[in-house]
Design a protein around this ligand. Sequence first.
Ligand SMILES: NC(=O)c1ccc[n+]([C@@H]2O[C@H](COP(=O)([O-])OP(=O)(O)OC[C@H]3O[C@@H](n4cnc5c(N)ncnc54)[C@H](OP(=O)(O)O)[C@@H]3O)[C@@H](O)[C@H]2O)c1
Length: 292
Amino acid sequence: MSEQTSSRSVSVVGLGPMGQAMVRAFLDAGVEVTVWNRSADKVDAMVELGAHRAATVAEALDANEVTVLSLTHYAAMYDVLGQAIEHLPGKVIANLSSDSPEQTRKGAEWVRSHGAQFLSGGVMSAGDNIVHPASYIFYSGPREVFDAHAELLRPLSPQEYLGADDGLAQVFYQALLTIFHPWMLAFDQATAMIDRSGHSIAEFVPFAIRSAAAFPYFMEEMSVANQNGGWAGLASLKMMVAGAQHIIDASEEVGVDATFSHTAQSFWRKAVAASEAKGEAVSTYALMRGDS
Ligand SMILES: NC(=O)c1ccc[n+]([C@@H]2O[C@H](COP(=O)([O-])OP(=O)(O)OC[C@H]3O[C@@H](n4cnc5c(N)ncnc54)[C@H](OP(=O)(O)O)[C@@H]3O)[C@@H](O)[C@H]2O)c1
């Protein structure tokens, strides 16, 4: 495969749902794309759309200055780039895979030790719908590397550069997923309760969306409280324990698994116990933060 010199070309390695969405976004923006994936069938689908096939990781690296990685985790990066280490010098690796901040920092160091530049990213998308208006990508790593390649990467989603610490994109990304994952499970529990109670999920959803409009208000209020030690008050904490019990009862009365609400209740119970032991209100935020 010949060396491509156009700045409007990129390699994408890893063609799960996210990598495929990225290839489509690049192609739609007129960027030439070379692809490699461990399982070849996914490559075929992208070649049909107009991407170039790399037969090996080395070919994918050679094809462009910038290679975007979209892999399950950082462990996969070592498996993949480990096949072509001698092709890394002079290249730019933008790893947009999810992992912990510390794994990301180690990965960045490893890539640089083999002569390539590195950027990390956290894709804060609506699932794999990276063209959804709410989607954007956190980036971290050296500012000059980000600035040099921001234009090329722009078709992937709006960009939020956070800073030089390689782990930073993942700190923000994982913090946001910390909110999103419980929300997903809570939504399952709520809709199971509605369904098991003999009602229509479709009828319920508009109310859920309407109530979600209050979430920004709660986030603002709680962020102020948490910057000051967290929201606490013994009476309020006891009220949350009682409230959680009502949710547990409403779920279990109709056979819905309330494990999640039991867990929530256990935090408020812990805060009540800590508050009573200390003689002053202790917030769940302080407990989670590990304040003594
Ligand atoms: N999908 C989403 O909605 C979404 C949203 C935001 C962020 N993300 C993040 O974006 C990344 C990619 O997402 P995805 O949904 O596309 O993930 P995925 O379904 O797990 O696929 C990722 C890719 O990683 C490859 N892979 C995994 N282990 C490998 C290994 N040891 N060696 C070589 N290749 C390996 C897979 O290859 P094979 O095809 O051969 O299995 C696949 O191409 C993840 O870190 C994910 O957390 C995803």
